[in-house]
Design a protein around this ligand. Sequence first.
Ligand code: ATP
Length: 203
Amino acid sequence: MRVGLFGGTFDPIHYGHLLLAEVCREQCDLDEVWFLPADVPPHKQGEMVSSGQARAEMIELAVAGNAGLLVSRHELEHGGVNYTVDTLRHFRDETPEAELFFLMGADMFNDLPNWRNAEEVCRLAVPIVAQRAGVSPPDYDCLQSIATPERISELLNYQVEMPQIEFSSTEIRNRVAEGRSIRYRTPRAVQKYIETHGLYLPT
Ligand code: ATP
């Protein structure tokens, strides 16, 4: 069993996230990819985020019909600041037989050596990195301080090709606030959810 874990704020989920998950699932032969909405991600403390419930429900709407993409409320239920290392330990304990991967865009990867217990993070799971528009490509040399040369050459086998889509949740929130269209940037069901619940409107 090869399990991908994809953490983020997902406020809201958009087609960039969905394509990243699907590309990694297919190219790295993953059985499942779990979206893991964060309660309060370490790098976003202090910023406003929609409720975990709303973000998880939007992901569920977005992945409906794709048996390979799933939502875990683990970080929301755990509450507070969640570090990747703690989440990976949880999944390792829950499913010791699974091979774990964690998915991210290049903007997150380049900061990986600064994550809490980064060495353990790279031992517990394989990072899979997708290019992101406007971000320099992943530089695996940045792992030299936290992983052995053997491990780095193993990780290099899990690079994925992804068409770069210049979408971000920030842009979607801004568009909603400005009364502009978000159609085709996120699935229709997510767009409807945002409208029905009045998310991202100016206060
Ligand atoms: P925000 O604009 O609120 O910062 P975001 O669009 O960057 O949000 P996050 O939920 O913070 O989305 O990102 C979760 C993960 O998805 C991160 O690893 C990020 O690099 C990746 N990601 C987000 N958007 C894209 C995209 N358009 N292409 C590739 N990766 C992306």
